[in-house]
Write a new protein. Structure first.
Length: 668
């Protein structure tokens, strides 16, 4: 019986003990959070002391509060009392937008997250960070910290630091003595021009490193600068002055590499070797014209490749890229491969290029230059007509020189039981000469002359498009006695590929030997209008021009009237707004959980402004008599684009971004 009672008591104790602990914890929490400074507002575990023109941290912050809002005040380095350091419950402190010029001391000793961005901090001492042994996240964006202003080994005193933001400062090199537990380091938008081999030797656990917008060159970046970062997953070197990718990149864990907006003109074959885990690579906005074949072969895990805004030259060296792009799996997304040179393929997507139409050097054409001249007997329509000289006869190894259906059979023929071999044309003698004359926007005249007997001529033409697949090919056969033909119904300002194939006395075509092709562009439609203006239709063209001029004058008059009416309306609204300007009060908090925005939920006399909207509510007469009103534009944290509070003292003093008084006061 006694044993059963003991077991029952044990079970009851086991069941009740956790609940007792929870109740005691709640009791301690509510009993601690009993004191709140008069200048602030306290809510559960939050203390809101932001945007109150404070010059020091208020006294009387008791235990139990975890988050302390002190941002957008005028607190200087002398405004941190000793008793603040002993408040053990505070873990997060917001101090951005104040007047600090040094890293503050006497912060709560158990602070884990500290926001100090948008101050004017110039120096960081070891003693100040030695007080924050549990600090994990430190934000020092948009200050005035220089390399000489950081005491050597200062950040190493924060032994628990994992995230360090130093964006938009004045650093010329990587701070010496970074904490060993660091996982994320942002040094973008500084003046760093030198990174030594041992700059990151103590932070081998670093996973993210941002160096965008610095002054790095190939000479300033040591060959082994990143070699020790064996756990690095993201490396960003955008907006620097590198001409080649950095050597000895960490290969074990690197997943994302950003090299956009540099001065890279080439990528060596071994630049990305060993990066088997790399998933994202960005080489956009450089000066690359071509790539070495096989440069991406080692990127086994690549998922996204961005190469836009380079000077890609689509010649023979780009052929391997076309084949590589067409063989890629669907899991790899490639963006930005677009031809910039030569002009004939400018703006075309490299993946869609036809391999047979890419211009490559031809040894045969160089050894036997061919010149084709217009015939003296061929009349020209006008003095300014464009004459296109025909291309030399293309080699049979280039079947794309003429449309497939236009290519003739072999040149050996049989007639009357007797085999006859037609001798090849001598390029130097110009056995067939062709000229192309663009008459207008829809017509091209093709003229020819042959030194051998021709039964008929086969003329083919096809319109070339951006996809290089072209439009529908058209053809016609002309009697051998004729010396030309006019191609009509063409589209204005379009490129056509026109080929002429001669048919000899044995009814055979000569592919490659005598076939002549050329690319001709028709004139624009406006050319026809100007050419016909001097003819019989000149009167009608003048009438049309007069009508267009009249329509333009009427439209311009209507536009002027609308602009005048809009200006009057805006002036009226502006005048009315100025007359009522004293009836409004502008205020906005930096975060959704700070005092200003929390206050607006209960006090509708405050103007609430968010990122996407705002609400204006009139003040009552009593508030107007106090004269307490101000305009506070918005500034986003962490160096974003926007505005920050323009604090006012006696409606006459404004504080700029770095808390230095401006020459002109703020105006309501």
């Amino acid at each position: 019986m006694e044993l059963q009672v003991r077991m029952w008591n044990k079970d009851v104790t086991t069941f009740i003990a956790p609940w007792i602990s929870i109740l005691l914890g709640l009791h301690m929490q509510f009993s601690w959070a009993t004191t709140c400074p008069d200048e602030c507002r306290c809510d559960r575990t939050f203390v809101y002391c932001n945007e109150r023109s404070l010059t020091s941290v208020p006294l009387g912050i008791g235990e139990g509060y975890k988050t302390l809002y002190l941002h957008n005040n005028q607190i200087n380095n002398a405004g941190f009392p000793m008793e603040l350091h002993n408040v053990a419950s505070v873990e997060t402190v917001y101090l951005y937008g104040n007047q600090l010029d040094e890293f503050p001391v006497n912060l709560p000793k158990n602070t884990r997250v500290l926001h100090l961005q948008e101050n004017n901090i110039q120096t960081v001492s070891r003693a100040a960070l030695a007080q924050l042994l549990r600090l994990e996240e430190l934000y020092l964006d948009d200050n005035s910290i220089s390399t000489v202003g950081v005491e050597e080994g200062a950040f190493r005193e924060a032994i628990s630091l994992k995230i360090l933001f130093l964006t938009k400062n004045h650093l010329s090199s990587v701070p010496v003595g970074l904490p060993e537990e660091l996982r994320e380091l942002r040094l973008d938008e500084n003046r760093i021009a030198l990174i030594t081999d041992d700059a990151f030797e103590n932070v081998t656990g670093l996973e993210l490193l941002l160096l965008d917008g610095n002054l790095l060159t190939d000479e300033g970046l040591a060959s082994a600068a990143f070699q020790s970062l064996v756990n690095l997953k993201t490396l960003s070197l955008a907006r620097n002055s590198l001409t080649v990718p950095p050597p000895n990149l960490p290969t074990k864990c690197l997943v994302k590499l950003n090299l956009q907006e540099n001065l890279m003109t080439e990528i060596p074959l071994t630049s990305f070797h060993g990066l088997h885990h790399l998933e994202r690579l960005d080489i956009s906005n450089n000066q690359l014209q071509s790539l070495t074949q096989g440069v991406f072969d080692g990127l086994l895990s690549l998922r996204q490749l961005t190469v836009r805004n380079n000077l890609w030259h689509c010649d023979c060296n780009i052929k391997w890229v076309i084949l590589w792009l067409k063989s890629l799996p669907a899991t790899l997304n490639v963006r930005g491969f677009m031809c910039q040179k030569p002009e004939s393929v400018r703006g075309m997507v490299i993946r869609e290029l036809n391999l047979e139409l890419i211009q490559c050097p031809s040894t045969k054409a160089t050894a036997h230059p061919i010149t084709h001249q217009p015939f003296p007997s061929m009349p020209l329509s006008t003095a300014d007509s464009a004459i296109h000289t025909a291309l030399p006869p293309l080699s049979p190894t280039h079947p794309s020189s003429a449309p497939p259906s236009a290519l003739p059979p072999p040149t050996t023929h049989t007639a009357g039981g007797r085999a006859t071999q037609i001798p090849p044309a001598d390029p130097g003698q110009g056995s067939l000469r062709v000229s192309f004359v663009v008459l207008n926007s829809s017509c091209v005249r093709v003229n020819w002359m042959s030194t051998f007997t021709v039964t008929a001529y086969k003329v083919t033409w096809v319109k070339l498009g951006h996809s290089l697949t072209g439009g529908a090919m058209q053809e016609t056969v002309v009697d051998g006695q004729q010396q030309g033909i006019g191609l009509a119904s063409l589209e204005p300002r379009s490129v056509y590929r026109i080929c002429v194939d001669p048919l000899d006395a044995f009814n055979s075509y000569h592919p490659g030997d005598d076939t002549i092709c050329s690319e001709v562009m028709t004139k624009s439609a406006s050319f026809d209008s100007s050419a016909n203006a001097a003819g019989p239709e000149q009167a009608s063209q003048q009438d049309l021009s007069s009508s267009l001029l009249l329509a333009g004058l009427v439209g311009g008059g209507v536009l002027v009237v609308l602009v005048v009416l809009l200006s009057v309306f805006c002036w009226h609204v502006h005048r009315k707004g100025r007359a009522a300007s004293s009836k409004w009060k502008y205020n906005r908090g930096r975060r959704k959980d700070d005092y200003c925005e929390a206050g607006t939920k209960k006090d509708n006399s405050i103007l609430e402004m968010t990122e996407t909207s705002f609400q204006i509510v009139a003040l009552n007469n009593e508030q107007l008599l106090k004269g307490d009103f101000r305009i506070q534009p918005i500034y986003t944290p962490n160096g974003g684009t926007g505005y920050r509070d323009c604090l006012m003292v006696n409606n006459s003093t404004a504080f700029s971004k770095n808390s230095v008084p401006e020459s002109s006061p703020c105006h309501t």
